[in-house]
Design a protein around this ligand. Structure first.
Ligand SMILES: NC(=O)c1ccc[n+]([C@@H]2O[C@H](COP(=O)([O-])OP(=O)(O)OC[C@H]3O[C@@H](n4cnc5c(N)ncnc54)[C@H](OP(=O)(O)O)[C@@H]3O)[C@@H](O)[C@H]2O)c1
Length: 213
């Protein structure tokens, strides 16, 4: 697939660009094309362009913008029409010493879907700490995908499976995106409060842990 990473010069964007570039053609997007070129030059076979040109050159989009910057996504509206757009965006704020979900209602992915009418926005990669993506994955990591249709989920899952170790799971329609995004502050707090180092959610089946068959 030809994948544009919007906000791809950031920590999460660059890590995903690297992981995805092993099996896909990746274009890093930035507000500043020169910054995108610098980030892309660190990765083999990756190009860097302005965010809009990156989307124009792609078939699929991954968005790794800060939540506060989502308003700028409406500039991509025409270019992203009909495309699968994977949102890794989490609204998180620090309150009373804890990280908490930063929206009263809805979700970042639903906000993005409103900014990009005609695109197929799904969640993806939200709960995976960037540090786990900066090297080869040694084990399985689940990727929760809220998607308006099963077809969009399956398209996102095909992209995610191009990264060895990633295991996409369908989380239901886009109205479930807030549930998916809320897991991120939870795992960040769990890691800090329990001194475990970075954590990511991994779901186990009864077949794995029993009891019985
Ligand atoms: N870090 C993680 O572990 C992690 C894990 C899962 C999900 N996420 C999510 O991924 C997103 C990015 O996180 P990050 O840690 O990669 O952040 P980051 O390092 O700050 O990168 C975000 C990128 O977005 C662009 N940007 C910043 N402000 C902008 C604005 N006002 N308008 C347009 N573009 C802007 C910047 O690129 P240019 O300046 O080049 O345009 C920047 O490189 C967040 O929503 C976060 O919740 C992060």
């Amino acid at each position: 697939m030809r994948v544009a990473v919007v906000g791809g010069t950031g920590r999460m964007g660059a890590a995903l660009a690297w992981q995805l570039s092993k099996k896909n053609e990746v274009i890093i997007g930035s507000r500043d094309p020169a910054r995108a070129e610098v980030a892309a030059a660190r990765l083999e076979g990756v190009r860097g362009l302005g965010n809009l040109d990156a989307v124009k050159a792609a078939e699929t989009v991954v968005v790794t913008l800060p939540f506060d910057a989502l308003g700028s996504a409406s500039d991509l509206r025409d270019a992203a029409k009909g495309m699968l757009v994977v949102s890794a965006v989490n609204p998180i704020v620090l309150r009373g010493g804890l990280l908490v979900y930063g929206k009263e209602t809805g979700s970042a992915a639903e906000d993005l879907a409103l900014a990009l009418p005609g695109s197929r926005v799904v969640t993806g990669f939200n709960n995976i700490p960037v540090r786990m993506l900066q090297g080869e994955l040694k084990g399985r990591l689940d990727v929760l995908v809220a998607a308006e249709s099963k077809k969009s989920y399956e398209e996102a899952a095909r992209l995610m499976r191009t990264v060895a170790g990633l295991n996409p799971l369908y989380a239901g329609p886009l109205s479930e995106a807030g549930t998916v995004e809320r897991i991120t502050p939870l795992v960040l707090n769990l890691a800090r409060l329990n001194g475990t180092g970075a954590l990511a959610p991994r779901f186990v089946s009864r077949a794995e842990v029993g009891p019985g068959a």
